[in-house]
Design a protein around this ligand. Structure first.
Ligand SMILES: Cc1ncc(COP(=O)(O)O)c(C=O)c1O
Length: 444
């Protein structure tokens, strides 16, 4: 009987899927009348919106600010093609661009990261990955035989760049917090003293939100005999590039230090309808990448060809709507809620870690994949994390915690399966597995 009902279920699911797929298939317009076609398309879009609304309310594991309602004001722009191909600071024969907005955005970030207007160059990217590709390309062009050093907890885009550019690289170990281990960095630098160093510094790792100690990295380079002209530092500040500058106690991200470039994702802390980001470097470096493109009557030093001209406007609008105060308020809300979540998990006897100046709470991986999908968590090994972004309310966190505690009582009911030990991943003091129940008492 059970077999028959499973088969019947599978068949039903299969039919549902086929129905859904046919919903999304592109159809020849001439096969149906115009009125019916518009009705069908609008119905599909309405259903898709309903899906997005429901799923938006359950995004906990990703670095996305989903509070984007204010960007609806920009919807009239969707009927225009806006293309910022080439260098943002150079005009071309194509006038359908938003480069004035782009420069406004770049000036704002240059000021935030403390580099003078006439000393920086940059552009609005497709996101943090493109910013990293651009930063590491610059490093490689400036120091062609340089070795890339990056921590093992770096974002995959860093390793992608190393493969794309065929760079030699050294993977540096990390501390329990996820920060780069400067002792290991030192050991590897000393072994490769004859080659320049291209360093990727994480201003917030993807999983634990760890902030590499930029000052210690610079000191380590100097102590290992690397003078300013023999190293290049790119800062991958995808999330925290817009957080640490607003926190007085946090390590300073500034071009007053000997760094070469910084990139941030704008759809992360700020929020945007489409992925986008900002990349800033020193103006004196960019001539190395700049090439004149005759058919466009402009010059280009960017990774892309055509560039999204709506994205700078979306960022510009968000910055104008929020200003320093609005962004600061968002960050403070996230910090308070992240601590609330960490404490809630710990009070329920669940291992949890929250790094300083951080909005990413790392905890035990839930046992059930369906639960992970429902809350759209991100997991690595035995760990899961929640990124407490501005759209993540206390109510969402309460619902999540209630759900997790209820499910755990079922998963671990019989005692033959135990919650994982996370002592190695997040430290003894943050672990509350059966072997380390004391951890939570000692941990802060
Ligand atoms: C540290 C870090 N770098 C780079 C990226 C890539 O950013 P994007 O998804 O905007 O390309 C991420 C994304 O989560 C990240 O966490």
């Amino acid at each position: 009987m059970a077999m028959i009902s499973t088969v019947a279920m599978d068949k039903k699911d299969c039919n549902e899927n086929t129905k859904l797929e046919s919903h999304f298939a592109v159809k020849e317009p001439y096969d149906e009348c115009v009125v019916f076609r518009r009705e069908r398309l609008i119905k599909t879009m309405t259903e898709f919106q309903e899906h997005l609304i429901e799923r938006t309310n359950h995004v906990l594991g990703y670095h996305l600010n989903l509070n984007c309602n204010h960007l609806m004001d920009l919807s009239p722009l969707l009927r225009f093609h806006v293309n910022n191909v080439g260098d943002p600071f150079k005009e071309s024969n194509l006038d359908l661009h938003s480069k004035k907005f782009e420069i406004g955005v770049l000036d704002w970030f240059a000021q935030l990261w403390e580099i003078e207007k006439d000393e920086y160059w940059g552009y609005v990217t497709n996101g943090g990955t493109e910013g990293n590709l651009q930063g590491l390309l610059l490093g490689r062009e400036l120091l062609p035989d340089g070795i890339l050093y990056t921590s093992r907890e770096s974002h995959y885009s860093i390793f992608k760049a190393a493969r794309m550019y065929r760079m030699d690289y050294q993977i540096i170990s990390t501390l329990t917090t996820g920060e780069i281990d400067c002792d290991d960095l030192r050991a590897k630098l000393v072994l490769n003293k004859d080659k320049p160093a291209i360093i990727n510094v994480n201003i917030g790792t993807t999983f634990k939100g760890a902030i590499d100690d930029l000052d210690l990295i610079i000191k380590t380079l100097e102590e290992c005999g690397f003078s300013d002209n023999r190293f290049y530092i790119h800062c991958d500040a995808a999330l925290d590039g817009l957080i640490t500058p607003f926190l007085e106690q946090a390590p300073k991200l500034t071009f007053k230090k000997p760094i070469g470039s910084v990139s941030v994702s704008a759809h992360k802390l700020l929020g945007s309808s489409m992925p986008c980001g900002v990349h800033i470097t020193r103006k004196r470096y960019i001539a190395l990448l700049s090439k004149s493109v005759e058919y466009l009557a402009t010059v280009d030093a960017t990774i892309s060809g055509s560039r999204n001209g709506h994205a700078p406007i979306f960022i510009w609008y968000g910055l104008n709507m929020k200003g320093y105060k609005g962004i600061k308020d968002d960050i403070n809300k996230c910090l308070i809620r992240a601590r609330y979540l960490r404490d809630g998990l710990r009070n329920a006897g669940i291992s949890a870690m929250l790094n300083a100046y951080n909005i990413i709470v790392v905890f035990e991986r839930p046992l059930d994949d369906e639960f992970i999908r429902y809350w759209q968590l991100s997991c690595v090994g035995n760990m899961a994390h929640i990124v407490v972004m501005p759209h993540v309310t206390t109510e969402m966190l309460d619902d999540f915690l209630d759900d997790l505690v209820r499910r755990r009582s079922v998963w671990y009911r019989h005692g033959n399966v135990q919650p994982p030990c996370l002592a190695e991943e997040i430290g003894f003091s943050n672990c509350s597995c059966l072997d380390h129940p004391k951890g939570l008492i000692d941990g802060n």
